[in-house]
Design a protein around this ligand. Structure first.
Ligand code: GTP
Ligand code: IMP
Ligand code: MG
Length: 335
């Protein structure tokens, strides 16, 4: 800290929501600001026995002192935003930038009705691609034009940079994953903008010289929803046998699964300028890792895996996920 960016290292759904909520509590984050595409993302947070699935709000809500903001780069679906404010009981500490672009029904219809987008690419059907097209064409509606959002409007870049200037901890929350990036991913099977760390910072209005740490989140295996190549892909039956069968937060589709990919991990570290790795779902791959919160408590095969990641990828694994709940984390950071 004080300014940390979190990003996905594979194809999204690495468990960023859980890592972010842990960091917000542990580091007493003053503001968490969301970057990325928009409500095509779904972060799951298991907090006090309840599961929250957030598509618009930052995942840091578990810390009651954290301000939750959405950066101007992000596309906003007002209904989803307002519903999440209600569900999380965070009215009063949520805000979005007046320059956020608005997803309208026509964007959703275009996304879902397109043989290319929903059919070939397998988009989430949330309207984000067509909305970004309108934004580039400079024909999109902005948050400042939506009456229901008026009371939430704040100058997000200004708030975030002022807090940074005061030395407070700030978390910039990425969505999707490196290989879904429009620039660096497996084109055309990608999302509608870049989602690497530099873009997440730009989405919120933080310049590169003000970023201190970049945490890339990897799952202990790889999953992908939608179309596109997946190296070492298991059949759905094999994935289920391994315990790797997962279903998408936004679309409910079964996620395709493959073993951990060191080549992808190395390149993700390079593209994001990662300084730390968070490795999630270790309990799914290594049974005895479930709920462990001290590194020494991990079984040897799990520790060997962590050490092989560090050796091959050359970045320290500082956070290890050992279960879906926010507090099921091994934190190896020195302080
Ligand atoms: P996107 O922004 O959509 O890319 O999502 P995300 O990275 O926040 O991940 P998502 O919540 O969609 O999927 C991760 C799933 O793994 C969720 O169901 C989490 O509750 C769960 N999860 C996260 N970390 C762990 C972990 O360490 N162990 C286990 N068992 N589950 C985890
Ligand atoms: P779009 O972002 O809805 O246009 O979808 C483009 C591709 O990105 C599809 O393969 C989606 O499944 C994938 N995608 C977009 N957002 C996420 C996410 O948050 N998690 C996982 N996959 C995503
Ligand atoms: Mg997700």
């Amino acid at each position: 800290m004080p300014c940390m960016v979190t990003v996905g290292g594979f194809y999204g759904d690495e468990g960023k929501g859980k890592v972010i909520s842990y960091l917000a509590l542990k580091d007493n984050v003053a503001v968490a600001a969301r970057g990325g595409v928009g409500p095509n993302a779904g972060h799951s947070i298991v907090w006090k026995g309840k599961t929250y699935k957030l598509r618009m709000l930052p995942s840091a809500f578990a810390n009651l002192e954290t301000r939750l903001l959405v950066g101007p780069g992000v596309l906003v679906n007002p209904q989803v935003f307002l519903q999440e404010v209600k569900d999380t009981g965070t009215e009063g500490r949520c805000g979005l930038d007046p320059l956020c672009a608005i997803i309208e029904q026509k964007h959703i219809d275009l996304d879902r009705g397109s043989a290319h987008l929903s059919g070939t690419i397998g988009t989430t059907g949330t309207g984000t691609g067509p909305c970004n097209v309108d934004r580039v064409n400079r024909q999109v509606k902005l948050a400042r034009e939506v009456k229901e959002l008026k009371s939430y409007l704040v100058d997000v870049p200004l708030v975030v940079n002022e807090l940074l200037r005061k030395g407070r901890n700030v978390l910039l929350e990425g969505t999707q994953g490196t290989y879904l990036s429009l620039f660096h991913g497996s084109y055309p099977y990608v999302t509608s903008k870049d989602v690497t760390a530099s873009s997440i910072a730009a989405d919120v209005g933080v310049g590169p010289t003000n970023v201190d740490e970049v945490v890339v989140v990897f799952k202990a295996y790889v999953t992908r929803v939608g179309a596109g190549f997946l190296k070492g892909e298991l059949s759905p039956e094999e994935a289920a046998k391994q315990g790797w069968a997962e279903f998408g937060t936004v679309t409910g589709r079964q996620r395709r699964a493959a073993p951990f990919d060191f080549d992808l991990a190395r390149r993700a570290v390079m593209l994001n300028g990662a300084t730390q790795i968070a490795l999630t779902k270790m309990d799914v791959v290594f049974q005895k890792a479930g709920g462990v919160t001290e590194y020494e408590g991990l079984p040897k095969d799990a520790r060997d895996f962590v050490e092989s990641v560090e050796k091959k990828v050359k970045v320290p694994v500082t956070l290890i996920g050992t279960g879906p709940a926010v507090e099921e984390v091994i934190d190896r950071r020195p302080f």
